[in-house]
Design a protein around this ligand. Sequence first.
Ligand SMILES: [Zn+2]
Length: 303
Amino acid sequence: MQPSFDPTAAHFASRYAEAFAALPVAVQYGFAVVFGLVIGSFLSVVVHRLPIMLERAWRAEVDAAMPDNPKPAADAYPERFNLAVPRSACPHCKHVLRAWENIPVISYLALRGRCSACGARVSPRYPLIELATGALAALSLYAYGPSWGAVAAFGLCATLLAAGLIDYDTRYLPDVLTLPLLWAGLIVNFGEGGFATLHDAVTGAIAGYLFLWCVYWLFKLVRGVEGMGYGDFKLLAAIGAWLGWGALAQVVLIAAVAGAAFGIVATWRKRMRFEEPLPFGPFLAAGGAITLFVGTPLYALFG
Ligand SMILES: [Zn+2]
């Protein structure tokens, strides 16, 4: 099964897509990469701030439900804290980044990976996320041509990247990412010529959730361990909604093999203990992104 996406389908081809397609190819890719770098810069903010915002929201709920409980200590972040406010600052000296210090990748290179005020190291993670997002934008354009389908594919990749990184950092997959992603998949596949037929997309959303739900309860009943969480079910449901149920077996296979390989290497390098549960989300996300671009060649191996 190859991705069934048809870039000439009416709801993906439009005057805007046609105008973009008329540009020289180099300009198209240049635009895609710059767009990807900028979105990557935003994803870094999402990955860092969204878990903090969610934790605050939970605390506020607990606080409202149990007003007599002692107040937990406030976190180290300012009172107004969302994806836009406050402006990015050095975590060591609180130096607020000026516009030229906030240019994706270029600022990191120009400042040699250090804060301009105090010289503290800036994590290479920021430019790496930006570069990865830029590459995913170029890959979306390459795979799906100058069309809204490429924009949709990139939206899926960017959300998978953010969700995977948050799961890796916090072992938590936020509903505010997985559930809209599921709906977006159903909407993208609503008309003719999406990534899957609407029938396959709805079946994929159901099967993705149920499959991991069953695996979860099997493990829990047989061995008494929780190998993954409900966020993983929702993420696989979202991937099923985008790519159709036919893609799910390959996505899970890639995720399981990649997760096992990562676990073995991490244990061997003493980065984690053997019994420690792995976040499964990053590997599901990788399996979804790979399948988006290459289709399902693994099925050929099994006839
Ligand atoms: Zn600093």
